[in-house]
Design a protein. Structure first.
Length: 236
């Protein structure tokens, strides 16, 4: 049962905000510069979107700018895509160093912020900002905006239905889909956090925006950022 009285705390995160590689690991990525610059290296536009939403709410922003090709902060330990094809064959000690330096500190900061807010009697709405490539494996993605959530969560379902309606009203020419181009229950940070916190206290939504706006039409991209942030603020 959702507690309608408990105040809501908004927390924004961006796990794939950049494609940086620290000097200690740059030798492994020589010859892979094009891959780092592609959607495989990071989520283009996701960090700017996260900043816009955080500003809209005056919310804390947790953002990572290390490339997902070093380690994917949106994957669980043990997932086959936690390390990329470039890093998965590194020695175990090197992998543990990467986990200790990049993965655990980031995820622990976000989880601690959520736990602290809940301990203070608040509900937490966690928005994780991502973007998706317009085509994958030669197949065109048929959406402009995706809202990923757990259909079994009454609060998440209600939030995404209302947000989808609001987005469709403001952006009638765009395709707004739920649990597309990925499912909200697949392995990811929000899926992990749902197991850590009660569903009436924590809602984790992944926002997925088509990268074509960031890459091809900056005017529409600026407008889209503003509208996405504004419509989200109206659903609470």
């Amino acid at each position: 049962m959702i507690d309608p009285i408990a105040p809501i705390c908004v927390i924004v995160s961006c796990e794939h905000g950049g494609n940086r590689i620290s000097p200690a690991y740059q030798s492994f990525f020589q010859g892979h510069e094009a891959l780092l610059a592609s959607h495989r290296g990071y989520d283009p536009g996701a960090l700017l979107m996260a900043k816009a939403i955080a500003r809209q709410f005056g919310a804390p922003l947790f953002a990572a700018t290390t490339s997902r090709l070093l380690i994917d902060l949106n994957r669980s330990v043990g997932h086959p895509q936690l390390f990329s094809e470039i890093t998965r064959n590194l020695p175990a000690t090197a992998k543990q160093q990467i986990l200790a330096r990049y993965y655990r500190p980031y995820r622990e900061r976000v989880e601690t912020a959520i736990a602290d807010a809940i301990q203070q009697g608040r509900r937490v709405f966690h928005l994780s900002s991502h973007s998706f490539t317009p085509q994958l494996h030669g197949k065109v993605r048929k959406a402009d905006i995706g809202l990923l959530y757990d259909p079994a969560s009454e609060w998440e379902l209600s939030l995404c239905r209302r947000w989808q309606r609001s987005l469709r009203q403001e952006l009638p020419g765009l395709t707004i889909r739920r649990n597309y181009p990925y499912t909200g229950t697949a392995d990811g940070f929000t899926a992990y956090l749902r197991h850590r916190f009660a569903s009436d206290r924590y809602a984790g939504i992944e926002l997925e925006v088509n990268q074509k706006y960031f890459l091809d039409d900056r005017r529409k991209w600026r407008s889209l950022r503003r509208i996405i942030a504004a419509t989200l603020s109206k659903i609470f």
